[in-house]
Design a protein around this ligand. Structure first.
Ligand SMILES: *[C@@H]1O[C@H](CO)[C@@H](O)[C@H](O)[C@H]1NC(C)=O
Ligand SMILES: *[C@@H]1O[C@H](CO)[C@@H](O)[C@H](O)[C@H]1NC(C)=O
Ligand SMILES: *[C@@H]1O[C@H](CO)[C@@H](O)[C@H](O)[C@H]1NC(C)=O
Ligand SMILES: *[C@@H]1O[C@H](CO)[C@@H](O)[C@H](O)[C@H]1NC(C)=O
Ligand SMILES: *[C@@H]1O[C@H](CO)[C@@H](O)[C@H](O)[C@H]1NC(C)=O
Length: 498
């Protein structure tokens, strides 16, 4: 039994203090406020059963979708971790934060902007962070924006430090720092993986909150399918190589403006990729290795799905499924060989489009009745039944920016006001839309597909470059090296790049 984490010890103190005072700002009067479980996945594109992918085994996320409102056209504002997370967690565009890299803390270098968890904390919620929610490091002041955003110290899995070390057994029998890293979990340092630890921690926190007088906001940030693809090796069996196709457009398109392309340097640093002697920047990856990369990404998605399944099933066992909103999304997508790219770092749809769904008890699905299992754990290795239909879905163009006002609205908190221009001086405001209207129930006779007027809606994404053609730092230019800003303006039918 590991010693209780710092967050668990702190939580005891916080709950002790809260119980004495009881009185979160309850929305409405007769009902208790809803809790929030926000699941943020790292580098997950919508390659999921519930988004129509026939190959992927993601039964637990599909089950969540079947009880949720699912957004078919959700886009991140910048396809790289820290800027995207700062953007959607503060509800401001990258062009407002002007933090397009990993090296600055917004409170110091942009404005003292409130965050989603901070807003919930200030409204009486106990807020908790598990895993990668804010990007770690200086971009969140080496503290995941504590103490502003969180009631208790954020939790990071101890086995995270092995992610980039030599723990991948290669064909030569030696351990390497590889891109492809299926492991035997009992053999790796600490005998566990970061996402497993995060699930366990999150379940413990949920257990503590079960009897809490105040509502909670728990953010769980999963690491996979971010590279390296380090995952329990049995998940590879779900995707035999002969079943894995190449991307439909695996070549760098002729006539592509070179500024749009980036050389995916992070992949090239891995030992197994180095051994391929690829030419920089376009060097195609041999087709058989492309299949292996796609296989491992998909295996990571199924591994992630089991973690989401364990977490939701615990929520259910604790009888919290009828009082907790579950929001599920990712910081951005990832190119799996489309137009010759293997990365995020661009404005292409494959890197900007994200899964986004919200389960709202009693609203997107009926309330579970006492004793009913609402999110039973589903094993992706079990023979496949049909992927259930999403509960409801919408094709509206939405931006991840809208997470802030939408979560606030769904929980019954006052939706922050729209930001004026400029808004550097304003701590609490939002640039995203409040999507609440899309959750309105239109009665049974209407189509389950909710549509407002999609043609009026657009989603913006942007990506900076240090030069007009790919060079060593095109993936992640530092602020001082940025020379070009590319924009993508997406409507339902078109995308314009400028
Ligand atoms: C709750 O508020 C509504 C109107 O806002 C009011 O009609 C009702 O009496 C209130 N109920 C309680 C239990 O306070
Ligand atoms: C920034 O916001 C936090 C949280 O509201 C507040 O405690 C802090 O004093 C603010 N800092 C500045 C410099 O305004
Ligand atoms: C960032 O962290 C440092 C070290 O803990 C602290 O002194 C500083 O006040 C923090 N910055 C802000 C804006 O809170
Ligand atoms: C691989 O594809 C074959 C043919 O479509 C199918 O029968 C088999 O079930 C697939 N294997 C897995 C593990 O999905
Ligand atoms: C890569 O280059 C090295 C050194 O030039 C060579 O020994 C090796 O065989 C090459 N590997 C492949 C896969 O071409």
């Amino acid at each position: 039994m590991p010693p209780p984490s710092r967050s668990l010890l702190w939580l005891g103190l916080v709950l002790g203090a809260v119980c004495a005072s009881r009185g979160p700002a309850a929305p409405g009067n007769a009902t208790d406020p809803l809790n929030v479980l926000l699941i943020i996945v790292d580098d997950l594109r919508p390659s999921l059963g519930c988004y129509g992918n026939k190959l992927i085994r993601s039964p637990n996320i599909d089950q969540l979708a079947s009880r949720s409102l699912l957004f078919q056209n959700a886009f991140a504002q910048q396809a790289v971790c820290a800027p995207s997370r700062v953007s959607f967690l503060t509800g401001r565009r990258p062009d407002t934060t002007r933090l397009y890299d990993f090296n600055s803390y917004w409170r110091v270098h942009a404005g003292n902007f409130s965050t989603i968890p901070q807003y919930f904390k200030e409204n009486g919620y106990v807020t908790m962070s598990v895993g990668k929610v804010f990007h770690p490091g200086i971009s969140s002041n080496h503290s995941d924006d504590s103490p502003y955003s969180w009631s208790v110290p954020p939790y990071h899995p101890s086995s995270e430090k092995y992610e980039n070390t030599k723990t991948c057994r290669g064909p030569d029998g030696e351990l390497h720092a590889n891109l492809l890293c299926p492991v035997d979990v009992v053999d790796v340092p600490e005998g566990t993986l970061p996402d497993k630890q995060s699930t366990e921690q999150a379940i413990q926190l949920l257990g503590k909150m079960k009897t809490s007088a105040s509502p909670f906001f728990l953010a769980v940030g999963y690491h996979k399918p971010h590279i390296p693809f380090r995952y329990p090796k049995e998940f590879q069996k779900l995707y035999p190589l002969e079943n894995v196709s190449l991307a439909p457009d695996p070549q760098v398109p002729t006539g592509l403006p070179l500024v749009a392309y980036n050389p995916w340097m992070d992949l090239r640093q891995r030992e197994d990729i180095q051994a391929l002697n690829l030419s920089v920047p376009y060097g195609p990856i041999p087709a058989d290795f492309q299949r292996k990369i796609r296989q491992s990404y998909f295996a990571c998605v199924s591994y992630l799905d089991t973690q989401v399944g364990r977490l939701l099933s615990a929520l259910d066992d604790l009888q919290l499924a009828s009082s907790t909103i579950v929001a599920f999304t990712s910081d951005h997508g990832w190119a799996l060989g489309e137009h010759g790219e293997w990365a995020k770092y661009s404005n292409f749809d494959v890197t900007t489009r994200v899964p986004l769904m919200f389960y709202v008890p009693g609203r997107t699905a009926p309330l579970p009745v006492e004793g009913e299992k609402f999110f039973p754990y589903l094993d992706p290795f079990d023979s496949v039944s049909e992927v259930p239909e999403p509960g409801r879905q919408t094709g509206d163009l939405v931006e991840l920016l809208s997470l802030f006002p939408t979560l606030a609205g769904l929980a019954g908190l006052r939706v922050p006001p729209r930001c004026p221009i400029p808004s550097f001086h304003m701590e609490l405001c939002r640039e995203g839309r409040n999507l609440l209207k899309l959750f309105e129930d239109h009665g049974e006779e209407e189509e389950p597909h909710v549509r407002s007027n999609p043609r009026e809606l657009v989603a913006y994404s942007q990506y900076p470059r240090p030069a007009d053609s790919p060079q060593w730092n095109s993936d992640k230019p530092s602020l001082e090296d940025i020379k070009v800003m590319g924009y993508s303006i997406r409507t339902v039918d078109y995308r314009m790049d400028a």
